[in-house]
Design a protein around this ligand. Structure first.
Ligand code: TRP
Length: 331
């Protein structure tokens, strides 16, 4: 069985894009791999959240992942800050992480540009912390998107550097877990090809959105003035609505509106009404489960402690061995 590690940023709620993307694959992966999924709460300190926001966001993300089917009995689901060994490994890796390579990291350069008044050391060393997260469990695979490829490349660099420096074959080289064809891409409601929380108000539908909010968002989705010729190619915004429908609605529904589009009788208002109801039908059980879990402090406590125990067993073993390799030996 291969070891898989992935971190989840505790920012905001899951949207349909997350659900059909990473989420569904996490749920599949936990069946056949040794999975560690953690909430990256140390990482989130780079933006200085208040204690109240931090705690609330961590709880919300945890509950949403559970509601979507992450199983704490199958995967190890834990909070990053519950494993201080990660911080120790991060400190050790930082001794061989160079300012130049960290400054060249694209995500750092972006952040330095967009938030020039908060370019802190945590931001600069974000890739070292991420490397520590991954190699602390000696992971083989990391299910991340394109935006994290460079961080993963740096993880390999740090792992190899450690191995070479101490002439050991201790850390495996983790590679990206590629979902390939199985990844369903969910478009945004604003005509853009990707649903994302940073794309602006109204682009994303969150699992936690109420039916009223969902209806409003779908009804406001970008369309055009309609087809004028039979079998016209759909413009991006219209294609998006159809793609969303394909992911959520019955095949007959998609076929019905497709025919209406092709013979120019389509009314976008009808399509949106149907789509909104299908989205509501799809998300309602998830939202209800989220609400239920938010009330269940005893269960959350149990899940978090179970994860902590399992993650600690793996992390403390690695760090004990690392200390030994480095020369921190007992007298
Ligand atoms: N950087 C990742 C993101 O922004 C989150 C993350 C932190 C992560 N540590 C990780 C992902 C370790 C995979 C493995 O989404």
């Amino acid at each position: 069985m291969e070891t898989v590690v992935s971190g989840i940023r505790p920012t905001g709620n899951l949207h349909l894009g997350n659900y059909f993307g990473a989420m569904r694959n996490f749920v599949k992966m936990q069946e056949t791999n040794h999975c560690y999924f953690f909430i990256a709460d140390y990482h989130s300190l780079t933006t200085h959240p208040t204690p109240h926001d931090l705690h609330g966001n961590v709880k919300q993300v945890l509950v949403e992942y559970l509601a979507c089917g992450l199983d704490p009995e199958k995967a190890t689901l834990y909070l990053q800050s519950d494993i201080p060994e990660t911080a120790e490994l991060y400190l050790i890796l930082n001794m061989n992480a160079y300012k130049g390579e960290l400054e060249r990291c694209t995500s750092f350069k972006d952040k330095a540009r967009t938030q020039p008044d908060n370019v802190n050391a945590g931001l600069l060393t974000y890739p070292t912390l991420m490397a520590a997260d991954i190699i602390i469990h000696k992971a083989h695979k990391v299910p991340v998107g394109k935006d994290q490829e460079q961080h993963l490349e740096m993880t390999r660099t740090f792992a190899n550097r450690f191995n070479r420096m101490y002439n050991v074959e201790f850390f495996p080289e983790p590679v990206a877990y590629n979902f390939g064809e199985s990844l369903v891409k969910i478009p945004g409601l604003d005509g853009s090809t990707k649903m994302g929380k940073s794309e602006g108000e109204g682009n994303a539908i969150f699992l936690f959105d109420s039916p009223e909010v969902i209806r409003k968002k779908v009804m406001r989705a970008v369309t055009d003035s309609g087809p004028t010729k039979p079998h016209q190619k759909k413009p991006q915004a219209i294609e998006n609505l159809f793609n969303l429908m394909k992911a959520l609605s019955a095949p007959e529904t998609v076929q019905f509106f497709d025919e209406a589009y092709n013979n120019c009788s389509i009314r976008y208002g009808d399509l949106k009404k149907q789509l909104a109801e299908d989205v509501v039908k799809f998300t309602t059980p998830l939202r209800e489960r989220i609400l239920e879990l938010l009330q269940d402090d005893a269960y959350i406590h149990k899940v978090v402690n179970m994860g902590k125990e399992k993650a600690h067993a793996s992390a403390s073993k690695t760090v004990r061995e690392v200390r030994e390799i480095i020369g921190f030996k007992e007298f």
